[in-house]
Design a protein around this ligand. Structure first.
Ligand code: 13P
Ligand code: SF4
Length: 346
């Protein structure tokens, strides 16, 4: 495709979101990225939170964490460029040790992944010996290496139900854990951390689930008051919340699911308007693909990490082979077991 053809397609899809000069600049960047992608035999994976021009015109595969992990496991290309955050690119590397995996920004972290260390998991295992440990995919490789099994927002309840154990340690997202506990009818407790060690009152035991107090710094900001106020303004609105939102918020919403599950829900239902309680780029992406759907979103809460991934940096990633994701082999091999076990279950 020529730059002009990309421009025409981009203008048609995104003119309600972007100005004409911006579309011209972005069309050129997309053309360069696509050219280099072919020359370098690369595949580009794009998370649902990427900004609209990047999301709709660059990735070979778009999706949520689970779908992208599955696709990363299947690729035969030499280079994987992961337009998403670092823990996602690391998962791709865990599954593809012989390929070059690039994340376009060094600053694409995640507050959940930062909330727990491998040492924290070792302390929990010491305190609760023999209890299986499930880690949300929003963790770094050294944490995944310490656990039995991973899960994503798309399969968390299924993964928990698959474990035939009286008790499960579920890390690190407090809200996802509470949402899963509610869905599976389990009792959950949260140890207090004193001098790096988990402390629990004997009276709280036994418990079906043992959680950790990590939070997504974006989803924790949505409140039931936001929901009430939007419902008052638009009484026909359908509200969708990501399971990283508090259990009060998911309970007050009409639907809760992974980012791809939310997209499918909007595509498959007929409402006049929707409110998405998640990173607001996803609302732009759905609205661009489905102009007939009115998407409300609360864009004052943005993921500062997903937003670090730009067209410019994706181009530089391909030009300069940067930033290369490395996972030490002993950690990768152990982390692979928990990721593979998850992929088998889902
Ligand atoms: P999904 O797996 O639902 O795409 O979620 C990833 C994420 O980081 C949401 O904040
Ligand atoms: Fe992490 Fe939250 Fe950003 Fe998702 S939205 S990458 S969980 S900080």
């Amino acid at each position: 495709m020529t730059v002009e053809q990309i421009y025409q397609q981009m203008y048609h899809k995104l003119n309600r979101f972007l100005s004409e000069p911006e579309i011209r600049i972005k069309a050129k960047l997309v053309w360069h990225i696509n050219k280099l992608k072919k020359e370098r035999n690369a595949v580009i994976l794009g998370h649902n939170y990427m900004e609209p021009a990047l999301y709709h015109f660059v990735p070979d595969i778009q999706g949520d964490s689970l779908e992208l992990a599955r696709k990363a496991a299947e690729t035969d290309k030499d280079i994987i460029v992961f337009c998403g955050v670092k823990f996602m690119a690391e998962t791709a590397k865990i599954l593809n040790p012989d390929k070059i995996v690039l994340c376009p920004s060094e600053k694409a972290g995640c507050s959940l992944a930062e909330s727990i260390t491998a040492q924290d998991v070792r302390e929990l295992k010491k305190r609760f010996p023999g209890v299986p440990v499930v880690a949300y995919i929003n963790t770094y490789a050294d944490v995944k290496a310490e656990v039995d099994l991973c899960c994503t927002s798309g399969n968390a309840s299924k993964v928990v139900k698959s474990l035939e154990s009286d008790s499960i340690i579920f890390l690190p997202d407090e809200y996802l854990a509470k949402n899963v506990a509610r869905e599976t009818g389990k009792k959950i407790i949260f140890p207090e951390i004193v001098a790096g060690k988990p402390v629990i009152k004997e009276s709280d035991l036994p418990s079906d689930m043992i959680g950790w107090r990590g939070r997504c710094e974006v989803h924790e900001l949505f409140t039931v008051e936001d929901i009430a106020s939007v419902r008052k303004q638009f009484d026909d609105v359908v509200i969708l919340a990501h399971p990283e939102c508090s259990p009060e918020v998911t309970a007050a919403s009409d639907y809760s699911g992974s980012t791809s599950a939310m997209i499918k829900y909007v595509e498959q239902t007929k409402a006049s308007r929707y409110l998405l309680l998640t990173e607001c780029s996803m609302g732009d992406n759905i609205a661009a693909a489905h102009p007939e759907k009115e998407m409300l979103r609360l864009c004052s809460h943005r993921c500062p990490y997903m937003n670090k991934i730009t067209l410019e940096d994706t181009l530089e990633a391909l030009k300069q082979t940067r930033y290369v994701i490395e996972v030490p082999e002993d950690i990768r091999v152990r982390a692979l077991k928990s990721v593979q076990r998850m992929l088998e279950i889902s």
